[in-house]
Design a protein around this ligand. Structure first.
Ligand SMILES: Cc1cc2nc3c(=O)[nH]c(=O)nc-3n(C[C@H](O)[C@H](O)[C@H](O)COP(=O)(O)O)c2cc1C
Length: 351
């Protein structure tokens, strides 16, 4: 049955294609999911304000269905020291050499969140979702006055309650099975590792807001399970990564489809912030010394060229291979077909 949350957002299917920064969430993927009744989400954290604007226009040129834009609203721990920058540059040098590029220098200033937010408010997607922290009261007010629904990410019940008190419109609970960065913002991430079923069950009791469940959901059966627990929709990231419309690199696709899957692991090696991905050599080597490197987001900046060069070379060993725990269940098919299969498996018959 179409629930209040879906009605409010304008969705026909209880499926959100999760935001995935770094190029996976293309205009084609987002618009295909939204056109097929779900909610496509743009992972915009690494995009300049200009690119966010142009991408939103391109989505609107393809569909008049609702979509979401997602940003990182926190996570900056502290400024990197010169010693950390020197250490990181030295440790990354052999990797850079292997791909024939220069060793990374000092991290850049990053993209200003304020300017990204200005564009989000201006283009007014149906939903603004965020992770790594709490949106300010001014931002939540500004969204409301423009008719933008807000969705905060929580990894604990404490975070669900904090987001509820802050006045968001919905909460996405991210189970520890999830691919990509942990959204944790109140406690150390090690204390915030709840399975999606446990977290969803507790969240629906802790808040009267709509709860969206994320993490390891790959099949219609998993969607049905979280709906049965009281979630209003399932947010699925890894499930969409093999769709032809996704911007997933060839090397990443290859690893997601391995006949003998490698395990996933939570690693800080690529960005300085815990994230789940398929284990590889870069993780194995850098994790051991990551605490001496620059913190998030500076490490993300300093590893960027190496990751890009590895992707261009088709080498998965230095790529951030973000993937949820259940990634071996990802299906290589167009997004419209995947939506149809998922709804069929979930025995979703709409209104
Ligand atoms: C490649 C990748 C990039 C991600 N980037 C973001 C992001 O930019 N913002 C965000 O809120 N979550 C991000 N996530 C987390 C997803 O939104 C979602 O929580 C996760 O994919 C759910 O778990 P699943 O991958 O097992 O479906 C990312 C996940 C992946 C796999």
């Amino acid at each position: 049955m179409i629930n209040d949350f879906m009605m409010q957002v304008g969705m026909m299917a209880p499926i959100i294609q999760a935001p995935m920064a770094g190029g996976v969430t293309t205009v084609e993927l987002i618009s295909a999911v939204s056109e097929n009744g779900g909610l496509g989400s743009l992972g915009a954290a690494y995009l300049t304000p200009e690119v966010i604007r142009v991408t939103a226009q391109a989505i609107r040129a393809r569909t008049d269905r609702p979509f979401a834009i997602n940003l990182f609203v926190g996570g900056q721990e502290r400024e990197p020291t010169n010693a950390q920058i020197d250490f990181t540059s030295d440790i990354l040098e052999p990797w850079a050499q292997a791909y024939g590029i220069e060793a990374p220098g000092a991290p850049g200033p990053g993209i200003a969140l304020d300017r990204q937010l200005e564009v989000v408010l201006d283009v007014a997607p149906r939903v603004f979702s965020f992770t790594f922290g709490m949106a300010s009261p001014e931002l939540l007010r500004a969204c409301r006055s423009r008719g933008i629904l807000t969705m905060g990410t929580a990894t604990t019940v404490e975070e669900v309650k904090a987001l509820t008190e802050a006045g968001v419109d919905s909460v996405c609970v991210q189970g520890m099975e999830a691919g990509g960065h942990r959204g944790t913002f109140l406690r150390p991430f090690e204390e915030s590792m709840f399975g999606v079923l446990a977290l969803t069950s507790m969240a629906v009791q802790a808040t009267s807001l709509p709860v969206v469940a994320a993490g390891g959901l790959m099949t219609g059966g998993a969607i049905r399970a979280v709906l049965d627990l009281g979630a209003s929709a399932a947010s699925m990231g890894t499930a969409f990564m093999l769709c032809e419309e996704a911007g997933t690199s060839m090397a990443h696709r290859y690893m997601l489809a391995l006949e003998k899957p490698r395990p996933t692991v939570i690693t800080r090696a690529f960005s300085g912030r815990p994230a789940r991905g398929i284990i590889n050599r870069f993780h194995e080597q850098i994790s051991a010394v990551q605490h001496l490197c620059v913190p998030f987001p500076a490490l993300n900046d300093m590893t960027r060229d190496i990751r890009r060069a590895a992707a261009n070379a088709g080498d998965p060993e230095a790529l951030s291979l973000w993937a949820g725990q259940a990634y071996p269940l990802a299906r290589d098919m167009p997004a419209a077909s995947l939506m149809a299969v998922l709804l069929d498996e979930a025995k979703w018959f709409g209104a």
